[in-house]
Design a protein around this ligand. Structure first.
Ligand code: URA
Length: 433
């Protein structure tokens, strides 16, 4: 078998058989297939697509490309959550400690930023000293003692996805349904949780722009998970505007802290409560989602969720004082308001463009080797349906380089549509599968 033939076969619309997919993933993980050939294959898949059978085989090959975690040392029903990626999507930072505060064992594997979307691991690294390279022993011990651990994809867990994820990030090959489904589900199958709640985003800031594609992705992932014996649900949620107001790593951490203290944006809180209720029921900590929601809301209000968050930061080597005093987290040198040049209701926000503006400021990677700037990003002061007068600030740019402010300002103004008529609000939660 050789990679050249497989690339050409896929390019011509062929279906790869199980042995070919397993061979390709094994050899790529071992370093015997170069990135340029794998990039060509990823691009061919973007144009030609994969059948359900190919997607399932790709998922299994990646899930077994390294260790499969044995979480049997953790007491209770372990639940995990994964998002397909969005702009301002800091859900995990709030959800994981909140659910853990009910005693649900949250054993979570998270990723770095991908394309125009942010990643939980990058965000958490805003805390001085925070470690995500936990050994399996540390991971299990933390979940058993404080009910929560969030680790990056180290320790040889789905290493094929780790390599492919970094490659897709910089080759324009992220937004393909089978590649997303296999990337997410390979990690989830390798990381050993019993229950999984998937947050599938749809809209301009998501990889799946249409509801139809998002639903197909959700169904594909739920079906792969169930085949593997996992208790999986998916929530399809709106990404036609950023979630909350902050976009950018440390800025999102600050907003998450506010939310954990019960003072966060309502859309973020609502999504967290919806996903958290499903997780709590799967873990057997609540009889139904309604009761779970009440319990979660109580722990946001009484400080329990925030207490667990600080314990979690400490347990992974970070400084919990930075959560108490978020002004100590990385902050950008320049903060520039973007003033509206029109008056009316915000009727549309080009969400991917907001994510790209944060990348332009340095908040994401342009090549696999790029370092990201944790301090930069954008804070939106108006969301859809809100009124703005000419000259009032629409958003604030957080930048470390003056040169980039002008371009960011131009992009933000173009991303906003301000109209005379108030738009009809879109539901945040579109469907639960
Ligand atoms: N999240 C992942 O882990 N993988 C993808 O491909 C997209 C989002």
């Amino acid at each position: 078998m050789n990679m050249y033939d497989l690339i050409v076969k896929k390019k011509r619309g062929g279906e790869l058989v199980s042995e070919e997919i397993h061979w390709m993933i094994r050899e790529y993980t071992a370093g015997n297939i170069p990135d340029y050939q794998m990039s060509a294959m990823m691009m061919a898949i973007c144009f030609v697509g994969m059948t359900d059978e190919e997607t399932k085989e790709l998922t299994l090959a990646m899930a077994h490309s390294g260790d499969v975690l044995d979480l049997s040392g953790i007491h209770g029903i372990k639940v995990d959550k994964h998002s397909t990626g969005g702009v301002g999507d800091k859900t995990s930072l709030v959800l994981a400690p909140l659910v853990a505060s009910l005693g649900v064992p949250v054993a979570k594997m998270s990723g770095r930023g991908l394309g125009h979307t942010g990643g939980t691991i990058d965000k958490l690294e805003s805390f001085t000293g925070f470690r995500t390279d936990l050994t399996p022993e540390e991971f299990i011990r933390n979940v058993n003692t404080i009910h929560i651990a969030i680790a990056g994809q180290t320790a040889n867990l789905a290493p094929a996805d780790k390599k492919l994820y970094a490659l897709r990030d910089v080759t324009g090959t992220v937004d393909q349904m089978s590649l997303i489904a296999s990337s997410i589900m390979s990690k989830k199958l390798a990381s050993g949780a019993d229950g999984i709640v998937l947050d599938v985003k749809t809209g301009d800031g998501a990889f799946m722009k249409s509801f139809r594609d998002a639903k197909a992705l959700a169904e594909e992932m739920v079906s792969i998970g169930r085949l593997a014996g996992k208790d999986v649900s998916a929530v399809i949620s709106d990404m036609d505007q950023p979630l909350g107001n902050a976009v950018g790593n440390a800025l999102e951490v600050k907003e998450s802290v506010e939310t954990l203290r019960g003072r966060g944006p309502k859309d973020l809180e609502e999504l967290v409560l919806t996903l958290g209720s499903l997780m709590a029921v799967k873990a057997g900590k609540a009889p139904d989602p309604e009761r779970a929601r009440e319990m979660l809301k109580e722990n946001l209000e009484n400080g329990e969720a925030f207490r667990v968050f600080k314990e979690f930061i400490r347990a992974q080597g970070g400084d919990p004082e930075e959560a108490e005093h978020p002004e100590r987290l990385p902050a950008a040198k320049y903060q520039e308001e973007v003033l509206s040049d029109r008056e009316g209701y915000v009727s549309d926000i080009l969400t991917e463009e907001i994510g790209r503006t944060s990348l332009l400021l340095g908040g994401g990677r342009e090549t696999k080797e790029s370092e990201i700037d944790l301090a930069v990003g954008v804070v939106l002061l108006r969301k859809k349906g809100e009124y703005i007068r000419k000259g009032e600030p629409l958003a604030v740019i957080h930048a470390n380089s003056r040169d980039k402010v002008k371009e960011a300002e131009k992009r933000l103004l173009e991303a906003y549509t301000v109209a005379e008529e108030k738009p009809v609000p879109e539901p945040l939660i579109k469907e639960v599968i």
